[in-house]
Design a protein around this ligand. Structure first.
Ligand code: 4AD
Ligand code: MG
Length: 428
């Protein structure tokens, strides 16, 4: 008999189900086994005197063992789990579980140590269903607009963003680095005439940060497109893409997210509000007494990002805020500048940066000058070469998938990733 998913088993029809034992209650006359597969759970009810041959097996059964059960589903309104129960005629242990090292109250580090057990929960599974939905909706949005999906190398000869925070790896008899972003190669695709590309893949940052939003390896959703007029085209595309994806998530998972995470999915209105950073600091000072020295105001701070959520809700009734006009020295050398102002933005959602984007400097001589200012001349020569033989004006952004998921559900970054990587964590 073929396996049937638990959610598909019909009343009075024989079926074989397989899954983890969520719960075992073995009493003198009766045994109750709750079996869970990816579709749901069901109780199997065993009248022990009908199956004396299972007595020993039932005594050894432990929670989270994997079992195979054949039987017939019957209606029984006394059963709490959906008013139905499976009456088994065959029972087999496929894999016996040792006593569990994890409980529902385990702390986050123990949960991470045994992540595969932690992930068995319905709430944890939901997160990955939501993330799958989000990313596939974003991909679909871009494919509809003729973007190509590319895959760029993560082993590279030079640092990709600033030279800092880069992991060095041995590469035969020399050194290589792990890509801090697909930035350079996204732009190479523009020089190759692809016009519109995106990539979703691993991004490495050698940052010793111990916050609930930093990790040393995350998944980036990056895109780049040509023939833009300004970075406003980039901001608009991102806003439309996110509204599209969040609408999909709300439809498919809004209720479940509310139930498991207590967070409401709000489909954002278009366009997203925009504010220049100096103006934002004036507002935060005026409204909430947040004061920051003039010399610090060229970049956002963690507190400013958090307060900007309050501001954005009060002023625009919007969870997202696009922030522009950062100081040139705080932004990557490849951002285009106009009158000294970088032509880019950060997107902050519910008080946390989820994206940095910009129009890029595509003029070879200006780009080389901006790289040299940072002392990056030789390191990035392979990159500046991309702009010597004709390259259209272009821009793009990098969106952190883990940050996006985490903000959507209101978790920390560790829970929002399949496996978290931090300065103190390389296993499992
Ligand atoms: O802001 P970042 O560093 O920008 C870039 O990588 C540029 N190449 C993007 C561009 O196209 N101009 O990284 C982009 C996003 C951040 O906004 C954040 O969501 C995420 O990547 N991110 C991190 N997520 C988790 N842990 C970290 N340490 C992260 N660093 C960045
Ligand atoms: Mg950034």
């Amino acid at each position: 008999m073929n396996r049937t998913m638990i959610a598909q088993v019909r009343i009075d029809e024989p079926a074989r189900i397989e899954g983890f034992l969520e719960h075992v209650r073995n009493t003198r006359y009766m045994a109750f086994l709750v079996v869970r597969d990816r579709s749901g759970s069901v109780q199997a009810t065993i009248e022990k005197q009908l199956h004396p041959e299972w007595a020993e097996l039932l005594d050894t059964l432990s929670v989270e063992s994997v079992v195979s059960i054949e039987g017939t589903l019957r209606e029984n309104l006394q059963v709490k789990l959906g008013g139905r129960e499976l009456i088994p005629i065959k029972l087999e242990i496929l894999s016996l579980a040792a006593p569990l090292p994890l409980t529902k109250d385990s702390n986050i580090d123990t949960r991470m140590d045994y992540r595969w057990l932690d992930l068995r929960g319905e709430k944890e599974r939901l997160l990955f269903e939501v993330q799958t939905c989000l990313v596939s909706a974003m991909r679909e949005f871009l494919l509809q607009r003729e973007f190509l999906e590319i895959h760029t190398p993560k082993l590279i000869a030079a640092a990709s963003e600033s030279g800092a925070d880069v992991f060095e790896v041995g590469y035969f008899d020399r050194k290589a680095y792990l890509a801090q972003s697909p930035q350079f190669y996204k732009q190479m695709a523009m020089a190759a005439g692809f016009e519109r590309i995106f990539e979703t893949g691993p991004v490495f940052r050698a940052e010793k940060s111990y916050t609930n939003r930093h990790t040393t390896e995350f998944t980036g959703f990056d895109l780049e497109f040509s023939y833009i007029e300004s970075f406003h085209n980039v901001m608009n595309l991102e806003a439309e893409m996110l509204a599209y994806a969040l609408e999909r998530v709300q439809k498919q998972f809004g209720e479940a997210i509310e139930r498991h995470y207590g967070t409401t999915v709000v489909v954002p209105k278009l366009p997203f509000p925009v504010i220049a950073l100096p103006e934002l600091y004036r507002e935060l000072e005026k409204r909430y007494g947040y004061h920051l020295a003039e010399s610090e105001r060229g970049d956002t701070t963690t507190e400013a990002e958090q307060l900007s959520y309050r501001f954005s809700m009060e002023e625009f009734n919007h969870e997202f805020l696009l922030i522009t006009d950062f100081a040139a020295e705080k932004r990557a050398f490849y951002h285009m500048r106009k009158d000294g102002v970088p032509q880019g933005y950060d997107l902050v959602w519910r008080g946390v940066e989820i994206t940095t984007g910009a129009q890029r400097e595509h003029r070879y001589d200006v780009l080389c000058r901006q790289a040299e200012e940072r002392g990056l001349g030789e390191d990035v020569k392979f990159y500046t070469e991309f702009f010597r033989y004709g390259c259209p004006p272009h821009g793009g952004f990098g969106l952190g998938v883990d940050r996006l998921t985490m903000m959507l559900l209101g978790t920390g970054i560790k829970e929002a990733m399949f496996l978290f990587r931090g300065p103190n964590r390389l296993t499992p």
